[in-house]
Design a protein around this ligand. Structure first.
Ligand code: IPM
Ligand code: MG
Length: 358
């Protein structure tokens, strides 16, 4: 049976990096005789301009039917003034929630050839390989009640940080199992010194650790974890965190590797259907200039092949091709040390060339 892939380029450089991935998809479908069907739709600000909604019903319906969604990026300053309903970011959060994509895997690893691009000293950063497991459909992002009260003095706004034990258990399970497949270390991050919800989170994770005697569990407070990521990132193997803390920590982890333009991510439901997106945003400042680094998007395709499309061998080949691309000295502007860098549109061609000569 054919596997369904839905491509949602979105806004800004989302358009350019998904174009690269479509080129590669086209190539691997032919080369490895893959039975994929591909659909492409507008989302985010681009969809808002055309259809008056950042997430038209057709997108939601197609996404629910897809085995894997490849998502570029959404947002740009011109849509910042819109109400939340109409904002491009709403598309992302609606997709996460409606598709039940509770498990967000954000790997941050360093290509040693790029250690000079990291803001940290080489000896601190060498060998960096962290997996952040971020809870993606709960916590303060979706907690009720929420709102703005603007008819009182003083006016106020509020959100709710809430987790039930099932939500904590299912994300912790993914984190423990990921640690088992890696170096066996899991650090759970929260603010148990201040927040009830965090204390509860810590108690559930601690209780679950008895089922995983082969995983060494530690706990860190979110502020300390942020500092530790910069001071001594190699102490971490897998980090598990709530939606908000995971959001913050994953940006820090990503930038340690030299460029957020390198990092893919997967957001999975319980049956491993998923949405795959680069960790970077829509980067309006460099959009439409053929300057973006599509490697995070290409890496996201590889994660889709691995987790949702049952094509692990092809995923490995793409990962190897990305590595070779870097080793051969090819660079995009964000990771270049001089003026010799490839344009976005040239990267897929090089990756295809490498795959072809495999
Ligand atoms: C991310 C982004 C999103 C988030 C924004 C764009 C809503 O920062 O995926 O990390 O906060 O989750
Ligand atoms: Mg973020």
């Amino acid at each position: 049976m054919s596997k369904k892939i839905l491509v949602l380029p979105g806004d800004g450089i989302g358009q350019e990096v998904t174009a690269s991935v479509l080129q590669i998809l086209d190539f691997i479908i032919k080369k490895f005789s893959l039975n994929f069907s591909i659909d492409k739709l507008d989302v985010g600000g681009t969809a808002y301009e055309k259809f008056g909604s950042p997430i038209p019903e057709t997108v939601l319906t197609a996404a629910k039917k897809a085995d894997a969604v490849l998502f570029g990026a959404v947002g740009a300053p011109q849509w910042d003034g819109l109400s939340w309903e109409d904002r491009p970011e709403n598309a992302l959060l609606t997709l996460r929630k409606e598709l039940n994509l509770f498990a967000n895997l954000r790997p941050a690893f360093l290509f040693n050839e790029l250690s000079n691009a990291s803001p940290l000293k080489e000896k601190i950063i060498e060998g960096l390989d962290i997996l952040i497991v971020r809870e993606l459909t709960g916590g303060i992002y979706f907690g009720e009640p929420r709102g703005v009260v603007d008819d009182q003095s003083p006016n106020y706004a509020f959100n709710t940080m809430i987790y039930n034990e099932d939500e904590i258990r299912r994300i912790a399970k993914i984190a423990f199992e990921s640690a088992q497949k890696r170096k066996g270390r899991l650090c759970s991050v929260e603010k148990a010194n201040v927040l009830e919800v965090s204390k509860f989170w810590r108690s559930i994770v601690t209780e679950m650790s008895e089922e995983y005697p082969d995983v060494e569990l530690s706990h860190q407070l979110a502020d300390n974890a942020a500092m530790q990521l910069v001071l001594n990132p190699n102490q971490f193997d897998v980090i598990v965190a709530s939606n908000l803390f995971g959001d913050i920590l994953s940006d820090i982890a990503a930038t340690l590797t030299g460029s957020i333009g390198m990092l893919p991510s997967a957001s999975l439901d319980s049956s491993f259907k998923g949405m795959y997106e680069p960790c970077h945003g829509s980067a309006p400042d460099i959009a439409n200039q053929d300057l973006a680094n599509p490697l995070a998007m290409i890496g996201s395709l590889s994660m889709a092949l691995r987790y949702s499309l049952e094509e692990e061998t092809v995923a490995n080949k793409i990962d190897k091709a990305i590595k070779k691309f870097i080793q051969k000295g090819f660079r995009t502007k964000d990771i270049a040390t001089d003026v010799n860098y490839l344009k976005t549109s040239e990267v897929a061609e090089k990756i295809i060339e490498i795959l072809e000569n495999e």
